[in-house]
Design a protein around this ligand. Structure first.
Ligand SMILES: [Zn+2]
Ligand SMILES: [Zn+2]
Length: 696
């Protein structure tokens, strides 16, 4: 931490001036105000206050105190809004860190974190006095048990790593444990025990889940034991309910919070444990400003609060597993359920060997579908949602033209005159479309990028008597239809279900004995350096959800690249193999975790205006190279600037690759606001995404 909040916190009693972030002022500026005598006792870090600002009265948040100020003619703070601030000092620091790390204004972060409140609610739900805090409620049977023991001797004998987890929880210091386990129930047992222990210490716990369905799964189990001691922030929560829950938390009426990404900000002041379930999920990333990743924020919060953090995952993110290799995290592996694997057959089909012309459904997959139908079982065919673009693939040898700079597949585009060309989405490199494969000389090289609709018509031609349904965004108009298709399938009225990722949510696999992955290549070749990782995670999830069934079943994966490390690792269910191969690639090409990527997008309706803004931005970035305090960085996409058209907008995208993000960000922020206000507005927008999870 570099922002000196520390000093200010230690200066209670000398609070003469307050540093205030104004909620409606969208730039990175802190304003100074005088603290009137009668407010001195009540004002603290995180207090929301009303202040005079540019001729009117507005609201702000106190982020620091000063004994002296070099600003002349300071105005007085008018009022303090909350009896007790909604944010804790640690949260003030955390939001400051987010603003620096994710390159957005502090105001944006505070606006996002603090629940919106109406005046009328304030009187109704105001925070009770700090002195009247309740002691945490404990489950009855726990009060008498030994203080130090979390896991029994038998449990530790069976899984020795539990001893390490116990030590870390007892230590109460900052340490990250990554639990690798594909069995939700055994993970849950560990969570419960660690939470009980944390509560017994008089401390509080936050549990994060990536999706609504994972959230309700966890809520069901936690509420059995902690119902009156916890709050759940689900997706549908409104601002009023959110505010009420915050008040409960601030009053220590509850000691556990369960929620999705934004629950990492709940204002517990005695936080003792954070758990992040399925840490690899991309849904921990907020796609609107502030574009934070809750996993990274959890890591920072645990560090600031000096408390243990449990991450858990079936297929850990590259970043997290790299941290284990670097000895930053402790690994706890508890894989079980090996015996169930035997009932699951995994078949990889090399599509370059297929005789049929179209090469959509292999002969083997066709046979397997017939067999399932004959056995009165159901089939799920899985095709990932069509990306922004397709790519070229040689159906003889599986060769895919890739960008020499970025190693991601080149996208196949038709320009306005219907001329085809290949473009790299990351750096803008262009290449000609060739008729002949450069690897094997075959003429069978063409764009690949099939939709579920085409797949459906192929399947209908092959299986004329089967009941076939399609589940994707194109085929759905309403939520009702989605539910209806799922219901029909789960009742056994559908023979073959064709779908995208959506089928993973809500499909009952109990009568399914075949899953067909139609094209692993469309997943593997998204123009994204993470495509291998994403494919491995997604298809592992398919395999895990399928494994629970107790009769023999098969997963068939069709690919033109059966030798890809991702495909081999999937077949063997070997995460370590996948990780080793993938991390070598990342290192070679200087991708995260070895660098940070910052995605910058300029968006607007007018082509020339967008181009001009993009050039301003490039020159701003280039000017940073002269700043000795900035870190070295690579700028991709600036030389061969590509203007993409999406709906009514034109878009230019750059990528920055930088090793020392902290140094770079500091230099970047110096004159950023000036550049932003000079060149950008509602019509021509600029978005900055640090550590993006989606490259296009
Ligand atoms: Zn070829
Ligand atoms: Zn490239």
């Amino acid at each position: 931490m570099n922002n000196g909040i520390n000093e200010f916190i230690n200066m209670h009693g000398e609070k003469k001036y307050a540093e205030i972030v104004i909620f409606e002022y969208n730039f990175d500026k802190i304003f100074h105000y005088c603290i009137p005598q009668d407010l001195k006792e009540r004002i603290s870090l995180g207090s929301r206050v009303t202040v005079p600002f540019r001729g009117k009265v507005t609201t702000g948040c106190v982020v620091g105190f000063l004994v002296e100020s070099d600003v002349k003619n300071l105005k007085d703070i008018r009022q303090i809004i909350d009896k007790k601030p909604l944010l804790t000092p640690q949260l003030i620091r955390l939001t400051k860190w987010i603003s620096n790390y994710y390159l957005c204004s502090w105001e944006k972060v505070l606006n996002y974190v603090i629940p919106k409140t109406r005046k009328a609610w304030l009187n109704k739900f105001d925070i009770t006095d700090i002195s009247s805090q309740k002691t945490p409620q404990l489950p009855e049977d726990d009060k008498s048990s030994d203080n130090e023991i979390i896991f029994s001797a038998e449990e530790i004998k069976e899984i020795p790593i539990l001893k390490d987890i116990e030590n870390i929880i007892n230590n109460k210091k900052f340490q990250t444990i990554l639990i690798r386990g594909n069995d939700f129930n055994s993970r849950m047992k560990i969570y419960l025990k660690c939470i009980r222990k944390t509560l017994k210490e008089g401390r509080q716990a936050v549990i994060l889940a990536p999706t609504e369905s994972h959230l309700s799964e966890l809520a069901g189990l936690l509420e059995k034991e902690f119902k009156d001691n916890m709050v759940v922030f689900d997706e549908k929560i409104d601002q009023k309910a959110k505010y009420q829950k915050w008040i409960k938390i601030r009053n220590s009426q509850v000691n556990i919070t369960l929620g999705m990404r934004s629950s990492i900000f709940v204002p517990f002041d005695r936080l003792g444990l954070i758990i992040v379930e399925r840490e690899y999920s991309n849904l921990y990333k907020e796609e609107r400003s502030p574009r934070y990743n809750a996993r990274e924020v959890a890591l920072k919060r645990a560090e600031l609060e000096n408390i243990p953090l449990i991450l858990s995952s079936e297929t850990p993110s590259m970043e997290s597993y790299w941290n284990i290799q670097e000895n930053n995290f402790l690994e706890a592996e508890l894989n079980t359920g090996e015996e169930r694997e035997n009932l699951l057959k995994k078949t990889i089909i090399d599509m370059t060997q297929e005789k049929s012309k179209k090469k959509i459904i292999s002969y083997k997959l066709q046979q397997a579908i017939s067999r399932s139908l004959k056995n009165k079982k159901q089939v799920v065919l899985f095709l990932n949602k069509r990306g922004f673009s397709s790519f070229m693939i040689c159906s003889q040898c599986g060769h895919i033209p890739k960008c020499p700079n970025c190693n991601t597949s080149l996208s196949y585009h038709l320009d306005v005159k219907k001329r085809a060309q290949l473009i790299c989405h990351n750096c803008g490199k262009r290449a000609k479309v060739t008729d002949v494969c450069t690897k094997c000389g075959s003429k069978e090289i063409r764009p690949l990028g099939m939709g579920t609709q085409k797949l459906e018509s192929e399947i209908r031609k092959m299986f004329t008597r089967a009941e076939i349904r399609r589940l994707d965004r194109d085929s759905l108009i309403k939520d009702d239809d989605y539910r209806k298709i799922l219901e029909e399938f789960n009742q056994g009225n559908t023979d073959i279900l064709i779908g995208t990722q959506m089928v993973l949510k809500g499909v009952d696999f109990n009568n399914v004995d075949l899953i067909g992955i139609i094209s692993a290549d469309t997943l593997l070749n998204l123009p994204d350096y993470r495509s291998g990782e994403k494919t491995f995670q997604l298809l592992s999830e398919v395999i895990y959800s399928f494994r629970e069934i107790s009769f023999s079943k098969e997963v068939i994966i069709q690919t033109f690249n059966p030798e890809d490390h991702c495909i081999i690792a999937l077949k063997e269910q070997d995460y370590n193999y996948f990780y080793q191969k993938e991390i070598e690639l990342r290192k070679e090409l200087d991708y995260p975790p070895f660098t940070h990527i910052i995605k910058i997008v300029v968006l607007g309706e007018e082509k020339e205006a967008v181009k001009q803004r993009a050039e301003c931005l490039i020159s701003y970035l280039e000017s940073l190279r002269k700043d000795k305090e900035s870190a070295e960085f690579k700028l991709l996409g600036a030389v061969d600037m590509v203007l993409w058209k999406s709906r009514n907008n034109f878009k230019v995208q750059f990528l920055i690759k930088v090793k020392d993000l902290e140094r770079f960000s500091k230099a970047f922020k110096k004159k950023y606001d000036k550049m932003l206000s000079k060149h950008f507005d509602q019509k021509n927008r600029l978005t900055i995404d640090v550590d993006p999870v989606r490259m296009i």
